[in-house]
Design a protein around this ligand. Structure first.
Ligand SMILES: Nc1ncnc2c1ncn2[C@@H]1O[C@H](COP(=O)(O)OP(=O)(O)OP(=O)(O)O)[C@@H](O)[C@H]1O
Length: 314
């Protein structure tokens, strides 16, 4: 079976010469939830727009359900659902009118009530869009993206502006869609969202994918961390050699890929020397640490933009 989404060496250069997407390749098999993460301006939206067929790549190829989403739009559009960052619907229409209008442009649309129910907007049909809260608008955008029972759903920051409960509801909905076989590609700023929803994820920085894999693979690549304080009369230099670590004013931090062994060695040493370890904290790497680490490392090694690129960004 052809993958739901396949991108090869995808690039997008804006007028002015700024390359926002700089050679991305990714494959999303059918039925998978794939999350695109990245710092602000990393190129997530620019990439998703290429995958949705809203713009043509400067270089490289995209296939969605085996078709070019830009050139073969008629074949792809009825089979995908798109939730943009800004829905852009007339704000004087009511929720029901908006859904009806959109359903009129959608082949095989599901009943309006069913779409609104799935996003928790039942009872808000007569409210004008401009009177909805920010979170309710996001949910309406999601209902519209779901109207055509899409095989592939693109969600650009689906939970931005939602409260904790709304976010959980959206996660449950995405899980239910996956259980029904829908492929979902989402962008998000919430690492917890990617960690809990995504089968696989990619972290973008300055137009490139710098790390990808399952959430477990991405975090496993990062070191775990042990933190503690030592009594004032015990310098960190007394620690066993392989545990020598950054000592920041009495607060010691050890970064390790052998958490169990190093923690065991530390506790043995503390017991043998009668040393009290204060505020002891040992934890595996989280996606958040992986993300911050990658962003800062990529920052150090990235090539500076040319003045023309800087001007294009501004
Ligand atoms: N039409 C445009 N012309 C020139 N540059 C653009 C244009 N649209 C976006 N950019 C630039 O391309 C880069 C990538 O933007 P993009 O919106 O794709 O990033 P993003 O990862 O989605 O960011 P965010 O997380 O802030 O939404 C940014 O530096 C942005 O300023």
């Amino acid at each position: 079976m052809t993958p739901a989404i396949e991108a090869t060496d995808l690039s997008r250069t804006y007028s002015g010469g700024y390359e926002a997407v700089a050679g991305i390749s990714l494959t999303v098999p059918r039925g998978e939830v794939f999350a695109l993460l990245g710092t602000n301006g990393a190129g997530k939206t620019s990439t998703v727009e290429l995958l949705e067929g809203l713009a043509a790549p400067t270089r490289g190829t995209v296939r969605v359900l085996g078709h070019d989403p830009y050139r073969e739009r008629a074949a792809v559009r009825p089979r995908i659902g798109v939730m943009l960052q800004e829905g852009g619907f007339p704000s004087d229409l009511t929720v029901a009118e908006t859904v009806r209008m959109w359903a009129g442009c959608t082949s095989g649309a599901r009943p309006a009530g069913e779409a609104l129910d799935s996003v928790g907007l039942t009872g808000r049909e007569r409210v004008r869009v401009k009177q909805l809260s920010g979170g309710e608008r996001r949910r309406l955008d999601l209902a519209l993206a779901l109207l055509g029972r899409p095989e592939v759903l693109f969600l650009d920051e689906p939970t931005t502006g939602l409260d904790a409960e709304g976010r959980r509801d959206t996660w449950d909905l995405v899980r239910a869609l996956r259980a029904g076989g829908t492929t979902v590609l989402l962008t998000t700023h919430y690492l917890e969202e990617a960690e809990s929803l995504a089968d696989r994820l990619a972290i973008m920085h300055q137009g490139r994918i710098v790390l990808s894999g399952t959430p477990a693979e991405v975090t496993a690549a990062q070191p775990a961390r042990i933190r503690f304080t030592l009594p004032a009369d015990v310098p960190a230099a007394r620690l066993p050699l392989r545990l020598r670590a950054a000592d920041d004013g009495g607060r010691v931090e050890i970064r390790t890929h052998a958490l169990q062994d190093d923690l065991g060695e530390l506790l043995d040493w503390a017991r043998e020397t009668g040393t009290r370890l204060g505020a002891l904290d040992a934890r595996s790497a989280s996606l958040e640490e992986a993300f911050l680490d990658i962003a800062s490392r990529a920052q150090e090694t990235s090539t500076p933009r040319t003045p023309a690129q800087e001007a294009a960004v501004r």
